[in-house]
Design a protein around this ligand. Structure first.
Ligand code: FE2
Length: 165
């Protein structure tokens, strides 16, 4: 009987530790995702903007998956919260996603290529709450396509390495 109690106590302690660990992770995950999403957002902006080269592999892929680059741009700009252009490393497919909370809505294994924070806190210093569309235009006028292309190229390189020779 004592042995069973000991086993139960040990199991309880293990469960309690697991609960504490999971609880700690639950507290960290939203903050980690929020930190990374904001890092990606800031990194894909530049005052030295140049349009995406229409002959680049990324431009071609956006046009292939969304019919045209402009169709992709309209779709990307259509939703509030946080907008993310993802690449699925398994299929190579590009898709636009939105997340409201940092910890929800991320497709497992997908690579974020371009992040746009559309929460009001991202633009209220420069624009009124009703001027979201002006902020989005300013965002596109400051996208650092070299950074976005670099993220895309890393995915291409990894896919090439993963293919059997
Ligand atoms: Fe934000």
């Amino acid at each position: 009987m004592a042995r069973n109690l000991g086993q139960c106590a040990a199991a309880s302690i293990a469960l309690a530790l697991a609960a504490v660990t999971c609880s700690a992770h639950a507290d960290v995950k939203p903050e980690y995702n929020g930190m990374r999403l904001h890092e990606l957002y800031v990194e894909n902006l530049t005052p030295d903007h140049r349009p995406l080269d229409a002959t680049s592999p990324l431009h071609a892929e956006l046009a292939r998956h969304f019919r045209t680059f402009e169709a992709w741009r309209r779709d990307f700009a259509a939703v509030a919260s946080i907008r993310i252009l993802y690449e699925d490393p398994e299929s190579g497919r590009l898709s636009n996603h939105w997340v409201t909370l940092h910890e929800h809505g991320h497709p497992a294994g997908f690579r974020p290529l371009l992040v746009m924070d559309v929460w009001e806190h991202a633009f209220l210093v420069d624009y009124k709450p009703t001027e979201r569309s002006r902020y989005i235009e300013a965002f596109f006028a400051n996208v650092d396509w070299r950074t976005v292309e670099g993220r895309f190229a890393r995915g291409e390189a990894e896919a090439t390495r993963a293919r059997p020779a």
